[in-house]
Design a binder for this molecule. Structure first.
Ligand SMILES: C[S@+](CC[C@H](N)C(=O)[O-])C[C@H]1O[C@@H](n2cnc3c(N)ncnc32)[C@H](O)[C@@H]1O
Length: 351
């Protein structure tokens, strides 16, 4: 397993781990018979060495290959690649290698869309280049993809960063038109959505479940926390770290995935939830996630294509009972190339 990034905090002898992940998602422009799943496990292992993490488990459905990593997860489907890594990993350093494999092994010549995002790190100064500041990350991303656009949302010390592609002809409408033309009559025109819930300051009693002292194995932690009930019917691949820490991927037959990563250390507790489940389930999913982990604070992001039912779900967000205990500190809505984004930051009301 890769070197553990656990740093002792000399003031109180507690351990620090940077749970906040860097998340990159690349969509390739459809080509008949091209498939990212032609890239072999050995080739992915070489890529992940550059990132400073390793594969620890694997599961798959007809639509997606899901890897649990020593630092979070990777999902590979026909034309979408997702890499989510925490700690001091360096995911942007592997993008050049992935673009080369996509071209030479999988058969993709063009990138259709890119999303790179993360919350502000608890300890930004401890990150390795280019992840020690967002400007350097953007500079490297621009060197791969030409002109992207960078966004910073929320308050300075607790912000959320995003990089995505600029519309080619200068306007969002122009890019959406181009994307519609590319996907007309082929795969790839399907509605898409991603919900992410990035939680901090979690209930210590819940975090305790994700320690070897409290749970004999990952399956026990999955059941005791209710993770198996968040999106029922998924094949779950879970892993309990020693002495604490938890990662899981879930995949369903229809291509739906979910992934949860947990840093239970009291001084830096952090949990991330991500899924492309359809928006029809958002209230149920949000309430199951908040009930399972009991965060004091969380960032909610929802990306969706304009035709996805998520647009409806977002209009109803204010009526979600699960959000009654929280104050919405920030909220922003953006429209990008082919996607809309809702971002919000919530704090628990003092009890
Ligand atoms: C990989 S997990 C999940 C991280 C995730 N990004 C999150 O949302 O918190 C990290 C947790 O596992 C623990 N851990 C134990 N051994 C580890 C190892 N060899 N590599 C990475 N994390 C390890 C860390 O202390 C931390 O609590």
């Amino acid at each position: 397993m890769a070197e553990t990034e656990i740093i002792s905090n000399s003031d109180n002898n507690e351990q620090f781990f940077e749970g906040v992940e860097k998340l990159i998602e690349i969509w390739f422009t459809p080509v008949k018979r091209a498939d990212l799943r032609k890239i072999t496990r050995q080739q992915w292992e070489n890529v992940l060495k550059i990132v400073r993490c390793e594969i620890i488990s694997f599961t798959q459905s007809d639509e997606v290959d899901a890897y649990v990593l020593s630092e979070s997860s990777m999902f590979v489907s026909r034309r979408r690649w997702i890499l989510k890594t925490c700690g001091k990993t360096t995911p942007l350093r592997c993008v050049r290698a992935v673009l080369a494999l996509a071209r030479e092994t999988a058969g993709y010549a063009r990138v259709q869309n890119v999303f790179y995002s993360r919350r502000e790190f608890a300890r930004p100064e401890a990150q390795l280049k280019p992840h020690d500041n967002f400007d350097s990350e953007v500079e490297l991303l621009d060197s791969f993809f030409g002109d992207g656009r960078a966004y910073i949302m929320g308050p300075e010390k607790d912000c959320w960063y995003l990089y995505t592609l600029l519309p080619l002809e200068g306007t969002v409408d122009a890019l959406e038109k181009e994307q519609r033309e590319v996907s007309d009559g082929r795969e790839g025109g399907e509605p898409d959505q991603t919900i992410e819930i990035l939680m901090s300051d979690l209930d210590p009693a819940v975090m305790d479940i994700f320690t070897r002292a409290a749970s004999a194995d990952a399956a026990q932690a999955t059941r005791a926390s209710g993770i198996d009930q968040i999106i029922p019917g998924m094949v779950i691949d879970d892993y309990l770290f020693d002495p604490c820490g938890y990662s899981m991927n879930g995949v369903a037959k229809d291509g739906c995935y979910m992934t949860i990563h947990i840093t239970p250390e009291p001084s830096c507790s952090y949990v991330s939830f991500e899924s492309n489940v359809s928006a029809a389930c958002y209230e149920r999913v949000l309430s199951a996630v908040l009930a399972a982990f009991r965060p004091a604070k969380f960032v909610l992001t929802i990306f969706h294509t304009p035709d996805a039912p998520a647009s409806e779900a977002l209009r109803e967000l204010k009526t979600f009972h699960s959000l009654n205990a929280f104050e919405q500190k920030e909220a922003q809505y953006c429209r990008f190339s082919g996607y809309e984004l809702h971002y919000a930051l919530y704090n628990k009301f003092p009890s």
